[in-house]
Design a protein around this ligand. Structure first.
Ligand SMILES: Cc1cc2nc3c(=O)[nH]c(=O)nc-3n(C[C@H](O)[C@H](O)[C@H](O)COP(=O)(O)OP(=O)(O)OC[C@H]3O[C@@H](n4cnc5c(N)ncnc54)[C@H](O)[C@@H]3O)c2cc1C
Length: 323
C-alpha cells in the first residue's frame, strides 16, 4: 500500500518561506526512497511563488485560497488541514519548526492522535512511522525518538537540511475552503524594518551585553551589511532594551542554524547555546578566554570587540573588493 505524506507549507506576505522549501526537499527524498506519495498544501490568499514548490521535487500542490486566510489563524488553518488529512488518509505530515509549525503541529497531532517529533535535525521513515534526532537540554544532548502506529508528524529545524533543487512539473489545484473558523486569528503582523529575519538567515552576527549599549550595535550592523547577514542578540541585550525581541536567539528566543554565526560579547549561557549551537560555523569574539561560548566555537578571537570588529569589517571589505 502506498503511504501518503502531506507537507504543510508556510507563507508570509503571500510568499512561501525558504524553510518550507527545505521541508519539500526532505519529502521529495522520501518519495523517491520510501515510495510515499507526497502532496503539499498552502493556505492563504494570493501566493506569488507557489509554483516554486515544484523546484524542490513536489508536483502535487493544493492551494486553499481565501482573502480571510491571508494571515495565520490557528482555528481556521487547523480545520482546513484536518479536513484534508481525514479525507485523504494521510500517514505522515511535515512542517517547519518555526513559530507557525510549533503552533499548528501539536493541534493537529492531538486531534489525530499522531505522534509528534519536533525540532528534528535528522528524520527517516521506518516501519513504525518517523524516527528522528532532536537537540535536548539546550543542545547539550541529542535525543533519538520515533513514533509508533505507522503515522507521524514532524517539524524540521531551519537551515539543517538543504533546499535541494529537483525540478518537476507543478500541478496546482486551487480550492475554496469549506469552512473558515476565524475564532483565533492573527490581527496584524508588525514588521521589523524590512531586515532579514534571523530564523531565515544564512549568516547571523549577534551582540550581547559585551556590546555595552545600543549605540555600539552599528559595529555589528556594518559586518551584517557587508556579509548580507541578519543581526541577532542575546537575551541580556534584549532585556536591556538595546535590541528588539524579534532578534533574540536562544531558549526563549529564536532557534537558528545558519552557515555562519558570529557571537560578539556573548558569554555563551546554556540558554543562548540552545538557540544556535547547531550553526555550521561558529565564530566567537570575547575578551574572556574562558567564556563558555569558546567551547562551541569553531574559531575564537580573544580580545576587545571594539578593536576587533572595525578590523574585521575592513578585512571583509578588502576581500569583497578582491573577488
Ligand atoms: C529561563 C531562561 C531563559 C533564557 N533565555 C535566553 C535566551 O533565549 N537567549 C539568551 O541569550 N539568554 C537567555 N537567558 C539568559 C542567559 O542565562 C544569560 O543571562 C544571557 O544569555 C547572557 O547574555 P550575554 O552573554 O549577552 O551576557 P553576559 O553573560 O553578561 O556576557 C557578556 C560577555 O561579553 C564579554 N565582553 C564584555 N566586554 C567585552 C568586550 N569589550 N569585548 C569582547 N567581549 C566582551 C564578557 O567577557 C562576557 O562573556 C535565559 C535565562 C533564563 C533563566
Amino acid at each position: 500500500m502506498i503511504r501518503k505524506l502531506l507537507v504543510v507549507l508556510e507563507q508570509r506576505d503571500s510568499r512561501i518561506k525558504k524553510t518550507s522549501f527545505e521541508v519539500c526537499s526532505i519529502a521529495a527524498k522520501f518519495a523517491a526512497k520510501n515510495k510515499v506519495e507526497v502532496v503539499a498544501i498552502a493556505i492563504g490568499d494570493e501566493i506569488t511563488n507557489l509554483s516554486a514548490v515544484s523546484d524542490y521535487g513536489i508536483s502535487s500542490i493544493i492551494h486553499v485560497k481565501h482573502a480571510g486566510l491571508a494571515l495565520y489563524s490557528s482555528s481556521a488553518y487547523k480545520k482546513i488541514i484536518l479536513n484534508y488529512i481525514n479525507k485523504n488518509a494521510i500517514d505522515y505530515i511535515l512542517l517547519t519548526n518555526t513559530a507557525f509549525g510549533r503552533d499548528i503541529a501539536p493541534r493537529i497531532a492531538a486531534r489525530l492522535r499522531f505522534g509528534l517529533l519536533s525540532d528534528c535535525i535528522s528524520l527517516e521513515i521506518t516501519p513504525t512511522g518517523f524516527k528522528a534526532a532532536r537537540p535536548i537540554y539546550s543542545g547539550k544532548a541529542i535525543q533519538e525518538i520515533e513514533t509508533i502506529g505507522n503515522k507521524g508528524i514532524a517539524t524540521i529545524r531551519a537551515n539543517v537540511f538543504p533546499a535541494a533543487i529537483q525540478s518537476v512539473s507543478a500541478n496546482i489545484m486551487v480550492q475554496k475552503p469549506e469552512l473558515i473558523d476565524l475564532s483565533n486569528r492573527t490581527v496584524e503582523i508588525i514588521k521589523s524594518d524590512g531586515k532579514i529575519d534571523v530564523s531565515e538567515a544564512d549568516i547571523i552576527i549577534s551582540g550581547g551585553r559585551g556590546m555595552k549599549g545600543p549605540e555600539n550595535f552599528h559595529l555589528i550592523e556594518d559586518v551584517a551589511a557587508i556579509l548580507g547577514g541578519a543581526l541577532g542578540a542575546s537575551r541580556a541585550a534584549v532585556d536591556a532594551g538595546w535590541r528588539s525581541h524579534s532578534e533574540q536567539i536562544g531558549q526563549t528566543g529564536k532557534t537558528v542554524s545558519p552557515s555562519l554565526y558570529i557571537a560578539c560579547g556573548i558569554s555563551g549561557s546554556v540558554q543562548h547555546l540552545a538557540g544556535m549551537s547547531t550553526s555550521k560555523y561558529i565564530v566567537a569574539i570575547n575578551k574572556d578566554k574562558d567564556a563558555p561560548i569558546f567551547s562551541v566555537a569553531d574559531y575564537g578571537i580573544t580580545g576587545d570587540l571594539f578593536e576587533i570588529l572595525p578590523v574585521l569589517t575592513d578585512e571583509i571589505k578588502k576581500l569583497n573588493n578582491r573577488f
